[in-house]
Ligand binder design. Structure first.
Ligand code: ATP
Length: 221
C-alpha cells in the first residue's frame, strides 16, 4: 500500500459490476487498485444492469457472496446502494450521490475495464462523469487505449495522467490507465461450469463456492 498522506483523506474508488458471482478476477483487480492507489475500494453490485441480461442469482445472494469474499480484510468493502434502488441504476446518478456523501474535496475514482471505457459515449449523461470522479481504465499487458471514439477523445483532452499523486490530490477530473494482472476468469465461465455439473473451485473464494452449493445457485443457467 502507498504511504498514506495524513493531510488528505484517502480516495474512495468504486468498482461496479454484476458480481454474478464474484470471483478472483474481480477481487484481484480491486486489491491491486487499492494497493497501487492507496485507496479504499467499494464493490458496487448492480440491481438491474441497464445493458445486461437478468442475472442468475438475485440481489441478496450476490450481496451475500460479496460479503463472504470480502471477509478478513478492510481495504475492500461492499456498497449496497444500487441493490436497494428500484429500476435501472446509472453510474452518473450513483457517482453524484457518492459525491454528495463524500463532500467536494475527497478524491473519488471510478474504475472501468478498458472496453467499458471505450464504450463510455453510449452511457447515460457520460459527459458528467469526469466532473464527479476520476476515471481509472484498467488494461491488460500489451492492451492499448488508442483509437478512441472522437467525442471521447475530445472529452479526455488535458485529463490524462500517469501519476497516482494527481488522483490522490484532486477530487475528480483526471483519467488514468492502470495495468492489472490478467486472470482469465469470468462469472459466465463459473455459471457454465456449474450448469454442466462441474466445479469452479479455485476460480472463486471457497466460502463463495460453499454458499453457491448450499443454496443450489446457477444449476439451471
Ligand atoms: P460475466 O461473465 O457474467 O459477463 P464478469 O465476470 O465479466 O461477468 P462483471 O460483474 O460483469 O463480471 O464485471 C464487473 C467488472 O469486473 C467489469 O468492469 C469487468 O471488466 C471486471 N472483470 C470481470 N472479470 C475480470 C477479470 N477476470 N479480471 C479483471 N477484471 C474483470
Amino acid at each position: 500500500m502507498s504511504a498514506p498522506d495524513a493531510t488528505r483523506p484517502i480516495p474512495v474508488a468504486v468498482f461496479g459490476g454484476t458480481f454474478d458471482p464474484v470471483h478472483h478476477g474481480h477481487l484481484r483487480v480491486a486489491w491491486e487498485v487499492a494497493e497501487q492507489l492507496g485507496c479504499e475500494v467499494r464493490l458496487l453490485p448492480s440491481a438491474r444492469p441497464p445493458h445486461r441480461a437478468v442475472p442468475g442469482a438475485d440481489a441478496e445472494d450476490r450481496a451475500r457472496m460479496l460479503e463472504l469474499a470480502l471477509a478478513g480484510q478492510d481495504c475492500l468493502s461492499l456498497d449496497r446502494r444500487e441493490l436497494d434502488r428500484s429500476g435501472p441504476s446509472y453510474s452518473v446518478d450513483t457517482l453524484r450521490e457518492m459525491r454528495e456523501e463524500l463532500g467536494p474535496d475527497r478524491p473519488l475514482i471510478f474504475i472501468l475495464g478498458a472496453d467499458a471505457f471505450r464504450a463510455l459515449p453510449s452511457w447515460h449523461r457520460w459527459h458528467e462523469l469526469p466532473g464527479l470522479a476520476h476515471l481509472l481504465a484498467m488494461t491488460r499487458p500489451r492492451q492499448r487505449l488508442d483509437k478512441l471514439d472522437p467525442d471521447l477523445h475530445a472529452a479526455m483532452v488535458g485529463r490524462w495522467t500517469g501519476m497516482t499523486e494527481r488522483l490522490r490530490g484532486e477530487p475528480a477530473g483526471r483519467v488514468m490507465v492502470l495495468r492489472v494482472t490478467p486472470l482469465s476468469i469470468s462469472s459466465s465461465l463459473i455459471r457454465a461450469e456449474l450448469a454442466r455439473g462441474r466445479s469452479p473451485r479455485y476460480l472463486l473464494p471457497a466460502a463463495v463456492l460453499d454458499y453457491i452449493q448450499a443454496r443450489g445457485l446457477y444449476r439451471g443457467t
